[in-house]
Write a protein that binds this ligand. Structure first.
Ligand SMILES: [Zn+2]
Length: 380
């Protein structure tokens, strides 16, 4: 055993040194014989299973170097790690991954740091090293990139459906990095939620929101860019002035009725932060979001005035249709009991919006950051 190990170390040392002569001194050999290799777990993922269950996953390849995995958890901002689970190296596996389910004592939204340490099976040759920490929570967001295929073309090759898909995929990454689980109604150009395929009719729109409940989501967000009426502001439809480019955020009935007002506050900050992103990218956006109190609109003429007018500022809006939500996606989420919002990031009827989005790949990422930051302020 010892001889075999020494030979292997010698071979490794020769490889590292690029030596082919074998002219290594005896001291080099004995020093290298003590070298141990680190074993650490550096790639975790997670899912919210329920309000009280967060499941942490890591590599599932059977690792003979490992005797036990220790799952550890820390409060955010703390360096005090607590071991919450011990898993044998041939233990829990799901879809080829090891996992451990953290059972929370509360249903309230919680976010923690997690890491996995190991006890090595062969301490002579290996030692446990500390792996990377990951954030995870019992909060899940349903992202609905509006429309499908290349619906709602603007100018410069922009289409609303493609732009909001790009933004949605960026938002998914940003939320997951921040420890928030995500379900997406579509991850490519097609939408097949509900009984329909690639439709913008009421049934499929409702289903896009309603599925947020079945997927145990805590928040629904539908991503869009806006268009105003044909020939508004005495300009061609696809040649609207820069000053039309405001951000509108609509909340649904479930958000409007929410006693904590958390979704309204998050939506208000999304309006502010998306507005700031547009401003940073030079597509001026009139108006600032300063209140978490959404204005209720039931009058369509008044709404068209808000949509088309270069004088009306961006707003947080609860748009009603009878006693329900005007927008079918928001109505679907409300019927599933999920507070939701619909974000109009800008106007694809303003050519500068389309050219900026197409030329500047940072804009979608900045929207994702704006939305993540706003959610983190109020979801926990
Ligand atoms: Zn849309």
């Amino acid at each position: 055993m010892f001889l075999k190990k020494t030979a292997a170390v010698l071979l490794a040392a020769m490889t590292i040194l690029g030596s082919t002569s074998g002219a290594l001194s005896a001291s080099a050999i004995s020093a290298d014989a003590n070298v141990k290799n680190p074993v650490c777990i550096n790639s975790l993922s997670f899912r919210k299973l329920s309000n009280r269950k967060i499941r942490i996953y890591w590599s599932g390849v059977k690792d003979d170097r490992v005797k036990f995995y220790y799952v550890q958890r820390a409060e955010l901002g703390s360096s005090s790690w607590k071991t919450i689970g011990r898993i044998r190296s041939d233990g829990n596996r799901s879809n080829g991954k090891n996992y451990f389910t953290d059972l929370l004592k509360t249903q309230a939204h919680r976010r923690y740091a997690y890491r996995v340490k190991v006890k090595v099976a062969d301490p002579e040759n290996y030692y446990p090293a500390v792996g990377k920490a990951y954030l995870a929570s019992n909060v899940k967001v349903c992202i609905d990139p509006g429309h499908f295929l290349k619906v709602n073309p603007g100018t410069y090759g922009y289409t609303e459906a493609e732009a909001v898909l790009l933004t949605g995929l960026q938002l998914r990454e940003s939320l997951k990095r921040s420890g928030i689980d995500v379900y997406m109604t579509r991850t490519d150009e097609n939408i097949s939620v509900g009984d329909e395929y690639n439709q913008d009719n009421g049934d499929q729109l409702f289903a896009r929101g309603y599925i947020a409940g079945a997927k145990k989501c805590d928040l629904f967000i539908s991503l869009h860019s806006n268009a105003n009426s044909d020939g508004a502001n005495d300009c061609d439809t696809l040649d609207q002035p820069k000053y039309i480019n405001k951000v509108l955020v609509f909340v649904n009935k479930a958000a409007y009725k929410e006693s904590s007002r958390a979704t309204r506050k998050a939506a208000n900050y999304i309006g502010r932060y998306v507005t700031l992103a547009n401003k940073a990218h030079g597509i001026y956006c009139s108006g600032w979001y300063t209140s978490s109190k959404p204005q209720v609109y039931t009058d369509d003429e008044l709404f068209i005035e808000y949509n088309d007018s270069i004088k009306q500022k961006g707003k947080l809006i609860y748009r009603k249709w009878g006693s329900d939500d005007y927008y079918a996606v928001l109505r679907g989420a409300a019927y599933a009991g999920v507070p939701g919002m619909l974000v109009e990031h800008g106007y694809h009827t303003y050519p500068g919006y389309c050219s900026t989005f197409m030329d500047d790949s940072e804009l979608a990422a900045d929207y994702a950051k704006a939305e993540t930051d706003a959610m983190l302020k109020y979801l926990f």
